[in-house]
Design a protein around this ligand. Structure first.
Ligand code: DGY
Length: 318
């Protein structure tokens, strides 16, 4: 089968290089070309041609989309997390699913460490202090908190969690972790529950996939267990954390601070956080470097080509 005959539905303008390559190698359908109230009609009109969907962390092949595409064969996600893909439905329909693991691990781990240092050392706040002319007007900046040597508790010691662990080891941080099963990592301390992990860590980092077991894995009890000066870092998914509980703990000073790349209802961020001096907020940019986004795009393209050529998929999930 020729590559150009694979109809690929791109759900969102997520990456210019990816879009251009999809357009030149396959038959590309841009979902946003049709107005929101014309999407159902657009899918009906093209349902026999669309055999592949490319989504990402924000928009993906949910049950309604899959149901509207009877010829769908593969969902190639431009993300490692595939929590927005209806996996049971894909399995049931024999639809293949791929993601983009490994290529983004370093960037996401770098950001986790960067957020922790930025939050404790108040780097963005200090930058604002200089820009506002306050150094000159008011003198030295306030003292901050050390990062080196802090106990780092990682929820999920998968690829990204491990990459965070090796990075923080270089800062002399003892590494603790939680996941369902203990790993063969004798230099890291395993805790069988997230509450125990939080109680024994200064910095808690969410690095696990989002699924029904991990939704709100950081709840009120976990936040209460994290020492009062504790820091929460989330580079996973917003719904890993009970956001209203996090916001009230931060506002009421029950938690030391937070470094957040992800939020429950992106791009909406609770405005109460904007006024707080102990949080660092970034707009879901963990994998957002030129290098990594290109590598992710190449994996999406490689998976689609392998599918057409009936070769083994590069990074199959289903
Ligand atoms: C992922 O890959 O899942 C990230 O969250 C999006 O870049």
């Amino acid at each position: 089968m020729a590559m150009e005959s694979l109809g690929v539905l791109l759900l969102h303008p997520m990456n210019a290089y990816l879009e251009q390559e999809l357009d030149s190698r396959f038959r590309l359908f841009r979902f946003w070309d049709s107005p929101p109230d014309g999407r159902a009609e657009f899918l009906r009109a093209n349902s026999s041609a669309i055999r592949a969907v490319v989504g990402n962390a924000g928009y993906n092949a949910d049950a309604a989309l899959i149901d509207a595409l009877p010829s769908l064969e593969i969902v190639a996600s431009f993300s490692v997390g595939i929590d927005r893909v209806d996996l049971p439905k894909c399995r049931e329909r024999g639809i293949r699913v791929t993601n983009t693991p490994d290529v983004l691990t370093d960037d996401v781990a770098d950001l986790a460490v960067g957020l922790a240092i930025a939050a404790l050392r108040k780097i963005p706040q200090a930058d604002r202090y200089v820009r506002a002319g306050l150094w000159k007007a008011k003198g030295d900046y306030t003292l901050t908190t050390r990062f080196s040597g802090k106990r780092v508790g990682i929820i999920g010691l998968g690829r990204i969690g491990l990459a965070i662990a090796t990075r923080v080891e270089a800062f002399d941080c003892p590494v603790n972790y939680y996941q369902r099963t203990k790993k063969d990592c004798p230099s890291y301390t395993y805790y069988p529950s997230v509450v125990e992990l939080a109680a024994n860590s200064d910095i808690l980092v969410v690095a696990c996939p989002l699924n029904e077991q991990t939704r709100h894995i950081v709840n009120r009890e976990v936040i209460e267990a994290l020492v009062p000066k504790g820091l929460l870092i989330n580079i996973g998914r917003g719904p890993h954390v009970d956001e209203p509980e996090l916001v009230s703990a931060l506002v009421e000073g029950r938690l030391g601070g937070a470094g957040l790349d992800v939020f429950e209802d992106e791009p909406n961020v609770p405005e109460a956080l904007f006024a707080l001096d102990n949080v660092v907020l970034v707009p879901h940019v963990g994998s957002g470097t030129h290098e990594t986004r290109q590598a992710m795009a190449d994996l999406v393209l490689g998976n689609l080509e392998a599918h057409v050529l009936k070769k083994p998929l590069l990074t199959p999930v289903v």
